[in-house]
Ligand binder design. Sequence first.
Ligand code: ADP
Ligand code: MG
Length: 584
Amino acid sequence: MSKIHILENSLANMIAAGEVVERPSSVVKELVENSIDAHAHNIQVSLFEAGRKKIVVEDDGEGMDREDAVLAFKRHATSKIATSYDLFKIKTLGFRGEALPSIASVSRVTLTTSTGSGVGTEVVIEDDELAVKDAPLRQGTIVSVEELFYNTPARLKYLKADFTENSNSIEMMCRLALAHPEVSFTFYIDERKQFQTTGRGELLEVIKDIYGHDVAKKMVPFHFSNADFAISGYLGKPELAKASRYFIITLLNGRNVYMPKVQTSIIESYHDFIPPTRFPFVVLSFQIEPALVDVNVHPSKKEVRFSKEADLRLALLQNIPLALREKNLVTEIAVAPKTEKISEQMNFDLDLGTKTEPMPTRPIPQASQDIHPLAEDVPAFNAYVAPEKTLTSLRAVAQLQLTYIIAEGPDGGFYLIDQHAANERINYEKLQRLFNRDLVVTEPLIPIVITLSPSEVTLFSETKMALLRAVGLEFEPFGVNAYKVTQIPVWAKEYDEKAYVDELVYEVLHEDRLDIPKLRTHVIATMSCKRSVKANDRLSLADMQYLLDTLLKCDNPHACPHGRPTIIHFNKYELEKMFKRTGV
Ligand code: ADP
Ligand code: MG
């Protein structure tokens, strides 16, 4: 007797649902994407009991006639692609024809739809049974999903607390809204409005509608394009830096996707501006010729592949710092009045969880457990950045604890400069300039031999050698486990040749995902650190003045290469306030 049989349709759908419908937020995503594909202008989403009880998505899109409304629940039924040729130039969000049958296989679905002509249709599906009847004529579609996972107890159990499921859905809705400024979204959880966007087509307005005015004010516009792709969107100023990667939002051709390489490039491009433990707040939209993109990697289309990724990376690494640098970024100290209530210090609604911006000038207590996870971010330091201030001169006054320089500026108050951080910044920019010149190489002054451990020898591949060649180093074998350096950049002589070689070889051997820009950045940062005055170095007034003058000539004098601030300003107003002087 044969043992193979074709799975029943309902079972096949449930299996597909395993991939597409993971939790309430995936239902939200699939339904909203259908509404967007149907060219809706207004989409309203309502969740009840975190979506376990009911999820309703209502749109004013094209709607479906009766035949389509029934067909839509068949697996692989789609209006979006027809031939394999179409698969390589997908312009819609959906195309697999899986979402509706999958959702219907794990819940009770009611679909009400109309194209605006003839009579409307209502389709109710429960336990694979379809009931069809007439419905009102209003053009558009309403999909109501009830009792999600009622027949898959394992899935149901796997759902997290309401709070977590809600925050996943909020996150999903935010991203959908950011990806489609041309659509007006209204989002409710248990009848409470979470946010509403206007649908006027302005990304910055959507950012404001979702994250609030304070955040929108601190976004820097960003545009870049070449023959293969166009990037546009907003870069959060360094002060908006977050404790998680959550706020690096990348959209590809209107689709919210996770692009690991792009994300890393964005993080690296902020290297100069924020501390290494923080992540930027960024909303960037990428337009790439659909033929270069493969969205058919994963059923949920969360991850995509595309060619030209290396070019994209370079474009981000070069242009994001330029856009950020246009602003002047001195760290400004502000003193929090002690009398203020905690609730006033937090500019967000604990229940809503969407207005996540803490007041940037005030210290925020550690997030308590009932604060929405999206809101747990705390400003990087008890300080904020004042872009309008342009610092042109500083007069060194004294050295403090052999670590800080006290200085006076033109605008009253005083400045504290971290001498090591400042010197690092100076060296960093100097090295960057040296690196960007044509690489002139020479033989090392004193012979340099590097000895590797056996495991390191096996790691020292041709690709790694090529990387090192790109930063001016050439090697030849020297015995069994040693190499002699035959070539080194001329400028390295000025520094410490041996340190340069050691640092690079170590990094190349032990860091797998290294490319040339990353290697350069790394070596520049470590070399500049090694060369810099340390804390506990005594400086003369003249040394200090020289350091300050040179610092202010830097492109980005306000942060060390690791993103920590170099200059902190104690302004006159705050000082007078602290001393309770008259008039303030
Ligand atoms: P896909 O989106 O991959 O085509 P779905 O199962 O999500 O597959 O939807 C099946 C089909 O139902 C779609 O191709 C579309 O024609 C139709 N459809 C689904 N939702 C809507 C909607 N909100 N408005 C109009 N048509 C819809
Ligand atoms: Mg779909």
